[in-house]
Design a protein around this ligand. Structure first.
Ligand code: ATP
Ligand code: MG
Length: 245
């Protein structure tokens, strides 16, 4: 880990970089994950590295959808495992929902390393993809899922999703909640709910919102009023106005 002084203006951002680099060194994060992280950093800059109202509204809708779901599942990749392992586990505990490893690049036993990393951080159980259970509409390695996890899920919470799998999950009739700093990504556009925020800020906020346990009728109303296209438009407007506008 590099020795960044706390007074450094980019302290937090540099700390996150360190966490991702550590993830790569430990075999949890793919080297390709560094590129995804860099893209995320650029968009985070454009939203002032702060949770904006379009993200808060999406978090409220996500909490409502998760609360109303019958079988929510949390899909975990190498970037989120490195950045927010404890928060993913907390979310799973609040929802009583399983964590499931699902990654694109499966080099060097990375799936197993992510599972171990989550168990070391306090997870009770981590589902793994099964060679016998496949999603439709997708050809990459990410089609393999657990029969009791993503395959059966009605709502999949999947931060930093890949656009083609998001589309496949939607085509299979599942609701998808994602966290993606890029409001223009295919994932952001395909998901049922897109939280345009850094996962390190969005996940604690989602847990906090869920712990307030809104009633089922309040959740239903939030869901009825939510429009993901509007949220993405608000994010784009914020970005194009500039951070001071
Ligand atoms: P898509 O496949 O949806 O079109 P992409 O191919 O452009 O997206 P991917 O590499 O598949 O991008 O996924 C990385 C996405 O995750 C990017 O949109 C990036 O902005 C976002 N991202 C990276 N780091 C974070 C983070 N810490 N929090 C939230 N989003 C992030
Ligand atoms: Mg992609």
């Amino acid at each position: 880990m590099s020795d960044v002084p706390k007074s450094h203006p980019r302290y937090l951002s540099l700390t996150l970089r360190d966490r991702i680099v550590e993830g790569v060194e430990n075999g949890i994060t793919s080297i390709h994950g560094l590129i995804a992280h860099g893209r995320g950093e650029a968009f985070d800059y454009l939203i002032s590295e702060q949770t904006q109202s379009f993200a808060t509204d999406a978090v409220c809708a996500a909490a409502a959808m998760l609360q109303l779901s019958n079988h929510p599942v949390i899909s975990v990749n190498g970037n989120v495992a490195a950045l927010v392992p404890k928060e993913l586990i907390e979310l799973g505990n609040i929802l009583n929902a399983p964590l499931e490893v699902n990654i694109f690049h499966t080099e060097s036993g990375r799936e197993e390393k992510i599972r171990q990393h989550l168990l070391n951080n306090g997870a009770n159980e981590v589902l793994m993809p099964s060679i016998d259970t496949q999603l439709q509409y997708i050809d990459s390695n990410r089609k393999y899922v657990h029969p009791e996890g993503i395959y059966k899920a009605d709502v999949v919470f999947v931060p930093l999703e890949d656009g083609d799998r998001c589309e496949a999950l939607r085509k299979m009739g599942k609701e998808v909640i994602t966290v993606d700093l890029n409001p223009m990504s295919r994932t952001a556009k395909q998901a049922s709910i897109t939280i345009v925020d850094n996962v390190v800020r969005a996940l604690p906020l989602l847990c906090e919102t869920l712990q307030k346990s809104p009633s089922a009728s309040d959740s239903q109303q939030i869901m009825t009023q939510y429009c993901n296209e509007d949220i993405l438009q608000q994010a784009l407007q914020h970005i194009s106005r500039g951070t001071d506008g």
